[in-house]
Design a protein around this ligand. Structure first.
Ligand SMILES: Nc1ncnc2c1ncn2[C@@H]1O[C@H](COP(=O)(O)OP(=O)(O)OP(=O)(O)O)[C@@H](O)[C@H]1O
Ligand SMILES: [Mg+2]
Length: 141
């Protein structure tokens, strides 16, 4: 992993390094953590339905999860952030190098399966993909 420039940040489950390519590498702190798989899966599902606009681009590599760099200082904007950012745990959003406000830690978006909904009169069950798609639609505004 000689492509690592420096440690950028650390959360409860991952350490995040800046890579020479300009992307970041997320490495899980314990073998029982699956956040990288979950994040990559969410991004993949979002791409399949064309709703990846608000998610930092990412893919799995043999070293960990490679994600586009995000300037995380936007998180401090608090109430000035658009409403969709409340769907992301702890407002973990920031500006991509292209200047788009995106989520950089979005593991919380994957619904539990089966996701059960109640619309006031009846219950319905949605697949993981349908439930995620619904959330992603709310994030496009
Ligand atoms: N794409 C990114 N670009 C720049 N910095 C990032 C990026 N992703 C994460 N970071 C930095 O690394 C820190 C840890 O990353 P992340 O939030 O993904 O880890 P985590 O362990 O999943 O967090 P949590 O404790 O919320 O579960 C972030 O708080 C942020 O400072
Ligand atoms: Mg985090």
């Amino acid at each position: 992993m000689s492509n690592i420039v420096r440690l950028l940040g650390e959360g409860g489950s991952r350490k995040v390094y800046l890579l020479r390519s300009g992307n970041v590498l997320k490495i899980e702190k314990d073998v029982c953590i699956a956040d990288n798989d979950v994040e990559a899966r969410i991004y993949q599902l979002a791409r399949e339905v064309g709703l990846q606009h608000r998610l930092a681009q990412c893919h799995l590599s043999s070293d960990g999860l490679v994600m586009e760099y995000v300037d995380t200082t936007a998180q401090c904007l608090g109430k000035k952030l658009p409403v969709w950012t409340r769907l992301i745990d702890n407002n973990q959003v920031g500006f991509s190098r292209k200047g788009v406000l995106v989520a950089y830690d979005y593991t919380n978006l994957l619904p539990q399966e089966p996701a059960v909904y109640f619309d006031g009169s009846r219950f319905s069950v949605k697949s993981e993909k349908e439930a995620l798609e619904e959330t992603l639609r709310l994030m496009q505004k």
